[in-house]
Design a binder for this molecule. Structure first.
Ligand SMILES: Cc1cc2nc3c(=O)[nH]c(=O)nc-3n(C[C@H](O)[C@H](O)[C@H](O)COP(=O)(O)OP(=O)(O)OC[C@H]3O[C@@H](n4cnc5c(N)ncnc54)[C@H](O)[C@@H]3O)c2cc1C
Length: 403
């Protein structure tokens, strides 16, 4: 039987969910408060080349491949040379920034040590116990910092790995194996990530109702709708909507992220690479940098070099000039020389995603309870987004798939 589905929020979460429902033959209406769709995802075509506004790529799986085929979009695969990924530790670039002894300890922790989360520990404290301080500082801190937009002290393992069994009965290896799906690396599209939004919207538009300029402001509005309701707004916009009904002492912590795409003459590293991840206390303010023109073809209009630097909100970086000068200092530490950029483009997203910490874990449990409570009253209302089952596009795609 055809179902009536009302989706609020036309970012990539709302579009992915709409795609799955349309494929199932359901009657879908999408409500978006802005006049454009795609949320934070988008690509600008500047004189020097492409500038991504948020995500630079999506991890390709078989399910995502099928969706791309269906919407008529071909992925652009990374160049072979960009396989190399660097860590910046102890003032130098390294592909494997730990000793053989720490490496052995890491293997032991993955294959043999029982996986036990502790809600009283932040990721740094837990990581030091689980893997040792060298692995935590030199590998986990830079790797997770680049993905989750903050430092390990602001994160918690059970919030990030919420699907894993962390009761002390399993191992990391067993959990990875249990949840593993075949992946084909990170891909983009000929005109950047904006292509994904454009193709999804072109595919969906004739098959469903899209209402832009419509904003959800409170939960009561939803009870008058016939059919199922799916809330896909950003967490930042969801909080004021839920405030009258959630009487929580603690609220999720929202993070602010800035990305600066920099076009210049020379490359950041001697050999091509995907990018560099930075740990804490290494003299660099950025969380990571992506070497766009090393990764994908078609990112620059001439032979220039393109990089995207990712920064958390930092004191002393309140204006663009301060940010650009910090970027050049960060860059000079790696290259050993100062180079005038040809162009820089900055995007700042205030409160764009939550810190994956205890508050978020508790908040998601409250949302689960709310969904169950509504269900018992005959209301089919559910929440989707990058704060529910994972921050990345692949996790969002999988969380919106229907049974
Ligand atoms: C800088 C940056 C880099 C990233 N890089 C990557 C990457 O390389 N790979 C990857 O996989 N992921 C990446 N991500 C994560 C990924 O891009 C996001 O998690 C994802 O795009 C979030 O999509 P969303 O639809 O949940 O939220 P949003 O994009 O915020 O969309 C929410 C939508 O809801 C609408 N809305 C809000 N309130 C209302 C309301 N009251 N009523 C109606 N509509 C409303 C908004 O206007 C918006 O269109 C990155 C994120 C950032 C910020």
């Amino acid at each position: 039987m055809k179902e009536d589905i009302h989706i609020f929020g036309g970012g990539i979460t709302g579009l992915f969910l709409a795609y799955h429902h349309v494929k199932k033959g359901n009657q879908v209406t999408l409500y978006e408060e802005k006049n454009t769709l795609g949320g934070v995802i988008g690509t600008k075509k500047e004189k020097q080349g492409l500038v991504e506004l948020a995500a630079n790529g999506i991890l390709l799986t078989d399910d995502i491949k099928s969706m791309l085929d269906e919407i008529g979009l071909s992925p652009v695969f990374p160049k072979k040379a960009s396989k190399r990924r660097y860590f910046w530790t102890n003032q130098k670039l390294s592909q494997f920034p730990i000793s053989i002894l720490s490496g052995t300890k890491l293997l032991y922790s993955i294959f043999l040590k029982k996986l036990k989360f502790d809600p009283n520990l932040n990721f740094e404290e837990w990581g030091n116990r689980m893997f040792g301080s060298s692995v935590t500082k030199n590998i986990i801190e830079p790797a997770l910092g680049g993905i989750y937009g903050t430092r390990l002290t602001e994160l918690q393992p059970e919030s990030i790995f919420s699907k894993w069994d962390g009761r002390g009965q399993s191992t990391i290896f067993k959990e990875i194996k249990k949840h593993k799906k075949r992946t084909y690396g990170t891909v983009s599209f000929p005109n950047g990530m904006g292509d994904l939004v454009t193709h999804l919207v072109n595919y969906l538009s004739p098959k469903m109702n899209i209402k832009t300029g419509v904003s959800l402001s409170n939960v009561e509005e939803l009870q008058n709708l016939t059919g199922a309701v799916r809330i896909c707004t950003s967490l930042k916009n969801l909080l004021p909507i839920l405030e009258p009904i959630l009487k929580q002492d603690t609220s999720p912590n929202l993070l602010t992220i800035s990305t600066i795409t920099r076009f210049g003459e020379t490359k950041l590293t001697k050999k091509p690479c995907f990018g560099v991840l930075f740990g804490k206390n290494e003299g660099i303010h950025a969380l990571g940098v992506l070497c766009n023109s090393d990764i994908f073809d078609g990112r620059v209009t001439n032979s220039d070099n393109s990089e995207t630097w990712i920064y958390p909100k930092l004191a002393g970086m309140e204006n663009d000039f301060q940010m650009y000068s910090i970027l050049e200092k960060d860059r000079a530490l790696i290259t050993g020389k100062v180079e005038e950029p040809k162009a820089v483009y900055k995007t700042t997203w205030e409160g764009v995603f939550p810190a994956y910490d205890k508050n978020l874990y508790d908040f998601n449990q409250t949302l689960d309870q709310l969904e169950t409570e509504w269900k018992s009253k005959g209301l089919d209302i559910q929440f989707y987004g990058n704060y529910r089952k994972g921050i990345g596009l692949r996790s969002i795609f999988e969380s919106t798939m229907l049974e």
